[in-house]
Design a protein around this ligand. Structure first.
Ligand code: BGC
Length: 378
């Protein structure tokens, strides 16, 4: 009897849940919402932002994942230029962090530990001896976010409360991320956070781009310019040594547009250690505010991506660890270097480097960063 009641109740919940989601399957202010799967008993919602040029960005409340970005080439042919999966379940799990928001601490923290105000914190280690992208459990890439379309803009807002002690970090951290698609073909990502205890914070977006279209071979022919005269060299565990090294005279000099593949397999120690590019570049800045971080051009399609940010640095990662074990959209197998990431961020392991720009957010302060991806073709 009890079992029957349970089934009826469950059926009702599922039906009502289904109706609610079906009702949301509408366009509100240009933002379409549809059911994309289930996580922790909650519906995963896929939001589609579309602008007047037909450019489309799809993102979901699971991990804040950007599932698709559709932009035209120089002839007006549209393609999806980010790696990803056709279903929400495809991202569960998501070892390469494809499309996700990463945090509380994007990139690496050495030995999974840091000391703050005299107290030592230990984080789960998930990258050899290090903590990568915030840990293992309730990290930004693998939780359900509260979500809603923005009222006054073509966009969606995600909110997540990262609790005191989550993955070892101190303080209840209220995190907000919004994605806005403008009519000038810019995807503007805005991050805001507050906390009730001092905590390190470093948030980034982990989309893998291939401007030829996802699944369409490797990215070695893309031409990259990075607005950085310096980078932070790493040790064998990909932890910054503390040095700020000029890029001049090294294969990490992208101050002039250069094909990714030209020098990626040079015997330069930094490339050998990281199996290609996987480095934090210090953005040249004249002051605070939005500054150009990088520009990437793909010659066969003419597609171009320009990245601007308020952040101090950008991790240029060439998908060296993609190894063909992930099958993505349309059955495409994502092999080594089939995508690149430009993760705007603070420097890796900053909590253990007092001379790096500060990543400690204190109660009463507001963390605020913005990054814009601008798409064009020529
Ligand atoms: C890191 C890479 C890592 C990748 C996927 C990037 O941000 O720099 O080393 O393999 O994320 O986890």
């Amino acid at each position: 009897m009890k079992l029957r009641r349970f089934f009826i109740a469950t059926a009702l919940v599922i039906t009502i849940g289904g109706l609610l989601v079906a009702q949301q399957n509408t366009s509100k202010g240009g933002v379409k919402q549809e059911r994309f799967g289930v996580r922790d008993g909650r519906p995963v919602i896929l939001y589609t932002l579309k602008n007047s040029h037909g450019v489309e960005v799809r993102a979901m409340n699971y991990g804040g994942i950007i599932q698709a970005i559709r932009v035209p080439d120089r002839k007006g042919n549209f393609a999806d230029i980010v790696l990803g999966h056709d279903t929400a379940e495809g991202y569960m799990p998501n070892p390469p962090y494809i499309g996700a928001i990463v945090g509380r601490y994007a990139n690496r923290i050495a030995n999974g530990t840091f000391t703050l105000d005299g107290k030592t914190y230990n984080l789960p280690k998930n990258d050899g001896p290090n903590t990568l992208h915030g840990g293992t459990t309730r990290t930004f890439d693998k939780v359900m976010w509260e979500s809603q379309p923005l009222k006054d803009k073509n966009g969606v807002q995600f909110e997540f409360l990262s609790k005191d002690g989550d993955d070892g970090f101190p303080g209840n951290l209220k995190m907000k991320v919004s994605y806005v698609l403008t009519d000038s073909n810019e995807l503007v990502i805005d991050y805001e956070a507050t906390t009730d205890k001092a905590t390190p914070i470093n948030v980034s977006q982990h989309s893998y781009f291939n401007l030829k279209g996802e699944g369409n071979g490797d990215i070695l022919d893309h031409e990259v310019m990075i607005n950085a005269d310096k980078f932070t060299p790493v040790d064998k565990n990909l932890i910054p040594t503390g040095e700020l090294r000029p890029v001049k005279g090294t294969p990490l000099d992208f101050t002039k547009p250069t094909r990714i593949g030209t020098r990626i397999d040079d015997s330069y120690e930094q490339l050998v250690l990281a199996h290609g590019y996987d480095h934090n570049f210090v953005i040249n800045r004249k002051g605070p505010g939005m500054t150009l971080a990088a520009r990437v051009y793909e010659p066969t399609t003419g597609r171009e991506l320009e990245v601007s940010t308020t952040q101090p640095a950008v991790q240029f990662y060439t998908g060296n660890f993609l190894d063909g074990t992930v099958t993505g959209k349309g059955g495409h197998v994502y092999k080594r270097r089939f995508g690149f990431c430009l993760e705007t961020q603070h420097y890796p392991d900053s909590p253990n480097h007092p001379d790096f720009p500060n990543t400690i957010l204190k109660p009463g302060e507001t963390f605020h960063q913005t990054t814009a991806f601008k798409f064009s073709a020529k």
